[in-house]
Design a binder for this molecule. Structure first.
Ligand SMILES: Cc1ncc(COP(=O)(O)O)c(C=O)c1O
Length: 397
């Protein structure tokens, strides 16, 4: 068409980087379409079935015509079930009117940051961190301020270091426990001292329930009625593709979040919300099965990676990831991840996806089957020695 001008994307898009785990997964899908078989350890996707009761409830709802919008905050039955779950799990029952049901935890994150962050506001977070937090913060005009967690300390967050980073521009603190990508679990003392700083705490609790070696998780709900809890069904219930999550918020935040949800999303899928109710009511045993399997898979992967020469100072205590030092194979984690995908047909996530503190590392997901873990280790064993030789060759020259 003559004279048609292609405008550049809006400037706010300049502040949004790609989500590298997805980039790797999408390249892997492309390779699969070309006939390759990929061992997927890149994405945080449990390869377990969702709870049978959740599938049944979803199908039943769909067949009985539950295909309309719901209240923007979600079906009251689901919000009540979420409140009851919090009470069972942490002894705190939020008001169901303070629960907003979303299409996954990611939209809940967008709502929380949109509510809290003004241009120029600083948001504190531990690093290495979940890839998307800084992107959401920058998208809202905010400034992510990172506090480094050392691998030698099991990636534990130092609450004093975080408190020292607080300035008059600080607007919120992001916590994630168990954490992605490190698997670290913040102690009750750490969580309490951060809640006492008087800033809103956005606590991402999506990996709650997936903890090992008798580790104990604290919810921000137990510590402050001013916290914003992000959670969802993707991980512990293996329901990634259902796209169902939620946000539990302080009383003052209810109305503005409702208005955002009405405008941006109208509501989460009605029939999927029925799956959520069933998962909360009947899914506890299922979560425990996933947890036990993941604990075993973690050990298989950690031991295998150590034998291959990856550096892992501590066995992660939660979530389902290992962040391993890969510098002896390549100091550039993105290049290394793409090399391993192309040459070994193993998908892994570059550490730099989790911030500069993750550079030189790779993240491996162990929520995949033992067969996939073993296959990935075998394939890596064939390719890594050559990469290691290249690095030592470069060091000599
Ligand atoms: C820490 C963390 N929060 C949120 C999400 C997003 O999950 P959802 O599938 O519910 O959008 C992920 C996904 O990997 C995650 O690791």
């Amino acid at each position: 068409m003559p004279g048609r001008i292609q405008p550049p994307p809006a400037e706010r898009l300049d502040r949004l980087g790609p989500f590298l785990a997805m980039e790797i997964m999408e390249r892997a899908f492309e390779m699969e379409r070309a006939g390759h078989r990929i061992a997927h350890l890149e994405i945080g996707e449990p390869d377990f079935e969702p709870p049978e009761a959740a599938v049944e409830a979803c199908v039943r709802a769909l067949r009985s015509g539950e295909t309309q919008y719901t209240d923007s905050r979600g079906l009251i039955e689901l919000r009540e079930a979420i409140a009851a779950h919090s009470e069972r799990r942490f002894g705190v029952a939020p008001d169901p009117d303070c629960v907003v049901v979303t299409s996954g935890t990611s939209p809940a994150m967008l709502l929380a940051f949109s509510l809290l962050v003004n241009p120029g506001d600083e948001v504190l977070l531990a690093t290495p961190h979940y890839s998307c937090y800084p992107n959401f913060i920058r998208y809202c005009g905010g400034v992510p301020v990172t506090v480094r967690c050392r691998e030698s300390a099991g990636f534990a967050l130092d609450p004093d270091a975080l408190a020292e980073a607080v300035t008059p521009r600080s607007r919120a603190i992001v916590l994630s426990s168990p954490a992605n990508p490190t698997g670290a679990i913040h102690s009750a003392e750490t969580m309490a001292s951060l809640c006492e700083l008087g800033l809103p705490v956005i606590s991402d609790e999506i990996y709650d329930g997936l903890v090992y070696d008798d580790a104990v998780v604290t919810s921000a709900l137990q510590l402050s009625d001013q916290s914003f809890v992000l959670d969802g069904f993707s991980k512990r219930y293996a329901m990634t593709g259902f796209r169902l999550g939620y946000l539990i918020v302080p009383e003052w935040a209810r109305r503005p979040l409702q208005i955002m949800q009405q405008n941006f999303f109208i509501s989460a899928n009605r029939f999927v919300q029925h799956a959520g109710i069933a998962a909360l009511e009947c899914g506890a045993e299922h979560v425990e099965r996933i947890r036990l399997a993941c604990e075993h898979r973690r050990d298989l992967l950690v031991d295998g990676l150590r034998k291959l020469g990856f550096g892992i100072a501590h066995r992660p205590a939660g979530a389902f990831y290992v962040l391993a030092d890969a510098r002896r194979f390549d100091r550039d984690s993105k290049r290394l991840a793409f090399t391993l995908l192309e040459r070994a047909k193993v998908g892994v996530t570059p550490g730099v996806d989790f911030g500069e503190a993750g550079e030189g590392m790779l993240r491996f997901c162990y929520a995949v089957s033992e067969g996939t873990i073993e296959q990935a280790l075998e394939r890596l064993a064939r390719v890594l020695p050559e990469l290691e030789q290249n690095v030592s060759g470069e060091a000599r020259t």
